[in-house]
Structure formats: structure tokens, C-alpha cells
Write a new protein. Structure first.
Ligand SMILES: [Zn+2]
Length: 293
């Protein structure tokens, strides 16, 4: 499942060919992805232009001249390719290989910018919906989404308040999209390591008894922002299996500090710990039991 940095890099890759451009022709090659396409999906897009391409949590939001918002989600295996007469590119970078098998090209946008934008999704957990702009905040997929971790509003006080009455682990609390939007297994592990907090620690301990943010909440918020900003800057993440834009599988070095590094020495300066893997809520957690308390 792509996390926030991957989706943000996809947004940045698509924005130059979508913003200000018109949908000249739209192909929906099947009736559904995870859900059916909206009624008159093609008709409601063709002839309309994209005013802006935004992101909320892991959703891409294209504001249209019609007043609708085209809401897109990559699901587990979805990806976009951008093609013109000369070449094809895949915007964004991912931890897992993305398919370019044309049998899974389910949606094609022919834009007035000259670009074809192709949505490929072998497992079809992706999503495309049209929602009136005025109703977006109250849409069932949007209304429970928590604060954007890179937004100014997300700070220690907000995180401590969201966790003050939670009787769950920090790992579970940070994975909860209502507490903070867009984090998944990888970046939760990375942020907790950077903040030197154990993933098993009770989330309530981010708040003091009076409900104020504890110093560890300040450290954690700053670690979350740093980890995400660095990942976006690096192009989504450091990838193990990244298909280069020319379609070749590229080599790269990944620089996760703990994720998928079971048995390796802890990278915290001065720490002699070894990265351990445990399972929490059915997902692997990687952490250092020595410096993460
Ligand atoms: Zn350590």
C-alpha cells in the first residue's frame, strides 16, 4: 500500500500534465475498480478541465471546471503512466514494483496538454469517484480522515489530544488514519525510531496527566515531519524495487533506518542495539529495543 510520500510524488508528477488541461477523451475500459465508476463517469469528465491537482491523505483530488472533484486512490497496486508521442513515464516512486502490463490499463485520460494519462491496476483496489466540491469534506471517505502530518495544524498538542484517551500502542495509534492521515507501516516504524520511542509504548503517554503534550509528543511530531519531508524530497522513498521511468528495473540503495532491517545493527549513534521485528495488529514492526523506550 503506498504511503503519503509515494502519493505526493505521484501528484507532483501528474500536476504538470493535468493542471490547466482539458479531458479531450476518457476511456473507462471496465465498469469498476474497487467500486463501480460513477454514473456517466466519462461524460462528466470529457470537455472539463482540471483547475488544480491536490492531495488529502492518500487521495488525489482533481478540481474540475464542472464543480466536481475527481477523487483517485491508488489502492494496493495502482499506478499512473504519462505518455506522449515520444515516451512513457511513471510519475512517483514506490517501494514495490508497479505493473506496466497493458492488460491492466483500466482508465485512459487523453488530455489537451497532449499527454495520455494511463491508470494501471492489476489488483483493482484503486478508486475513482466524482464528488461535488461542496460536499467533499462531508464525503464518507473524507470526513473521518485525520490531520495532514505535513500541515501546520498538526503539532504536539493535537497529537497528544488525539492519543490522550487511547489505550493502544503508539504503533497502532499512528497507523490510525483518524489520528494522523497517510502514515503506514514503513513511516510509522521510521518515525518512532527517530523519536526513540518504542512502538509498544502506550499512546496515552504522549499526554501529561493534565492533557498537555509531553516532551516525547514534541519529539514524535518533529520525527514524523522530518521522515516524510525527506521521503518526498527523495522522490517518495528509497526503493527496493523501483521501476525506472524508462521501464527498466533500477538499482538503488534504500536508506530506511529500521524498516525491513531485522538483525542489523541500530543506526542510532552510540547505540549497540540490534533491530528486531515483532508483529503488531498483524503487521511487522521494526524497532531497536535498546534506544527506543
Ligand atoms: Zn538503537
Amino acid at each position: 500500500m503506498p504511503e503519503l510520500p509515494e502519493v505526493e510524488t505521484v501528484r507532483r508528477g501528474l500536476a504538470p500534465v493535468m493542471e490547466g488541461a482539458r479531458f479531450d477523451k476518457v476511456e473507462a475500459r471496465r465498469p469498476d475498480l474497487r467500486r463501480p465508476f460513477p454514473k456517466n463517469f466519462v461524460k462528466r469528465l470529457e470537455g472539463e478541465s482540471v483547475i488544480g491537482l491536490g492531495r488529502r491523505a492518500k487521495y488525489l483530488l482533481a478540481d474540475l471546471t464542472s464543480g466536481d472533484v475527481l477523487l483517485m486512490h491508488l489502492g494496493m497496486s495502482g499506478s499512473f503512466r504519462v505518455a506522449d508521442e515520444k515516451r512513457e513515464r511513471m510519475p512517483g516512486k514506490f517501494h514495490h514494483e508497479r505493473s506496466a502490463d497493458k492488460a491492466h490499463d483500466h482508465v485512459v485520460f487523453h488530455m489537451s496538454s497532449g499527454a495520455r494519462i494511463i491508470f494501471n491496476d492489476p489488483r483493482r483496489f484503486g478508486l475513482m469517484l466524482l464528488v461535488p466540491r461542496a460536499g467533499l469534506a462531508e464525503h464518507p471517505l473524507m470526513r473521518e480522515v485525520g490531520p495532514e502530518p505535513l500541515g501546520n495544524a498538526f503539532d504536539a498538542a493535537m497529537l497528544a489530544k488525539a492519543c490522550a484517551r487511547k489505550n493502544t500502542s503508539l504503533k497502532a495509534a499512528l497507523s490510525d488514519q483518524k489520528v494522523v492521515a497517510g502514515l503506514g507501516n514503513i513511516y510509522v516504524c521510521e518515525a518512532l525510531h527517530r523519536a526513540r520511542l518504542s512502538p509498544k509504548r502506550n499512546a496515552r503517554t504522549l499526554a501529561t496527566r493534565s492533557g498537555d503534550p509531553a516532551p516525547r509528543a514534541v519529539a514524535l511530531v518533529s520525527a514524523i515531519k522530518d521522515v516524510l519531508n525527506e521521503a518526498v524530497k527523495a522522490g517518495g522513498s528509497s526503493l527496493r524495487d523501483h521501476r525506472r521511468t524508462d521501464g527498466e528495473l533500477g538499482d538503488f540503495q534504500h536508506n530506511f533506518r529500521v524498516y525491513d532491517r531485522e538483525g542489523e545493527p541500530c543506526p542510532t549513534p552510540g547505540c549497540n542495539g540490534t533491530i528486531r521485528r515483532i508483529v503488531q495488529n498483524g503487521r511487522s514492526t521494526f524497532f531497536c529495543p535498546v534506544c527506543q523506550k
